[in-house]
Ligand binder design. Structure first.
Ligand SMILES: NC(=O)c1ccc[n+]([C@@H]2O[C@H](COP(=O)([O-])OP(=O)(O)OC[C@H]3O[C@@H](n4cnc5c(N)ncnc54)[C@H](O)[C@@H]3O)[C@@H](O)[C@H]2O)c1
Length: 326
């Protein structure tokens, strides 16, 4: 069964989704974005027949079976809800929504309509992450006691809508930290968070913006207690001066030893220049799972529930950080 895709957005992640769809043989029949000319250029580059500015028209189009959303975070909820109301399956990128109430509404709407709602937590499809998850599940490390993970851009940070709280809903935590939160949850076999504490700051910013603080968080430390007794430290950041390894990593400390996802790469042993951390295969595996689930009705590995829990933890972290005040 062929699942025909409509793509919302033509930016960084939309490019990966279009290449992933091509890699797994799922046709992208239309793309929509808020600058028609750039949507047209994107369509030309990826061999997509239709492009336009009107996302509402795209999600209602009869030749679209599934909508893939790669737009600013504030649009995820309205676009996903409209697509589900039109009877389309949805793959929405992370964060699933701004705020757990909206994320839960999306999950419930998909369930009520009997449609697939997948979320873009693509590290669940990365070979090295799956391999460590399997080692932990097999008991190879004994009992996991604590983890330390991060999602951080060193010497760089995004601009544009990412730093506008109305469009992004937050900074490095909702952008990068959420990846590390979901990755450790996957590694541990999807426990639920029972306690979340955090501290967040705004000091790191682009060189030249001396003295300025960012409009959104640019570093955070989050402490999560899981219902299986494991404790996790998760750090997020943009513009951090240096990094211990690649831009996302998790260390696992267990009664039987220690492991990390990418043990070969540390600050002293950086990856080779041609190493690609956000590489196509995991996005292709995510897309393959999504279209297979659209055809079969199965639940994707990166499910709606996965997206909701990640947003719930981010919300709890932000609330906790505000309690202590800055
Ligand atoms: N899973 C991942 O690896 C990953 C990586 C990057 C981004 N993302 C997520 O994908 C989404 C898009 O991020 P991106 O890096 O592709 O962003 P981008 O800025 O490269 O592209 C954003 C897209 O949204 C549209 N857009 C931008 N501003 C808009 C506005 N004000 N109103 C309407 N549309 C607007 C643009 O037209 C563009 O098509 C975000 O939710 C982000 O968190 C996920």
């Amino acid at each position: 069964m062929t699942i025909r895709i409509g793509l919302l957005g033509y930016g960084f992640i939309a490019d990966l989704h279009a290449r992933a769809a091509a890699a797994v043989g799922a046709p992208v029949v239309a793309v929509a974005g808020h600058h028609g000319g750039r949507a047209r250029e994107f369509a030309g580059r990826h061999g997509i027949a239709r492009s336009g500015e009107d996302w509402e028209e795209l999600v209602a189009a009869p030749d679209v079976d599934a909508v893939v959303i790669g737009t600013p975070n504030s649009l995820h909820h309205p676009q996903a809800m409209a697509a589900l109301a039109a009877g389309k399956h949805v793959l929405v990128d992370k964060p699933m929504a701004i705020g757990v109430a909206r994320a839960g509404e999306m999950r419930d709407a998909a369930a009520a309509a009997g449609l697939v709602l997948a979320t873009g937590h693509m590290w669940r499809y990365r070979d090295e992450v799956v391999a460590l998850r399997d080692r932990i599940a097999a008991g190879e490390l004994g009992r996991v006691v604590r983890t330390r993970g991060y999602g951080i851009h060193a010497g760089w940070g995004p601009s544009g809508w990412f730093t506008d709280p109305a469009l992004s809903g937050g900074g490095a935590l909702i952008d990068m930290g959420i990846h590390a939160i979901d990755t450790v949850r996957f590694l541990l076999g999807d426990p639920w968070a029972v306690r979340v504490r955090a501290s967040m700051g705004h000091e790191f910013s682009a060189p030249g913006a001396a003295g300025a603080t960012s409009s959104v968080d640019t570093d955070a430390v989050v402490l999560i207690d899981w219902d299986n007794g494991v404790r996790s430290v998760v750090e997020s950041g943009w513009w951090q001066p240096v990094l211990d390894g690649v831009e996302a990593e998790t260390d696992v400390y267990a009664t039987g030893g220690h492991a990390r996802i990418w043990p070969a790469f540390t600050a002293d042993r950086p990856p080779p220049p041609d190493y690609e951390h956000c590489s196509l295969p995991m996005y292709a595996a995510q897309m393959a799972d999504f279209v297979a689930c659209c055809a079969s009705g199965a639940v994707p590995r990166s499910s709606a529930e996965v997206g909701v829990e990640a947003v719930r933890i981010v919300d709890a972290a932000v609330a906790s950080a505000q309690e202590v005040g800055r």
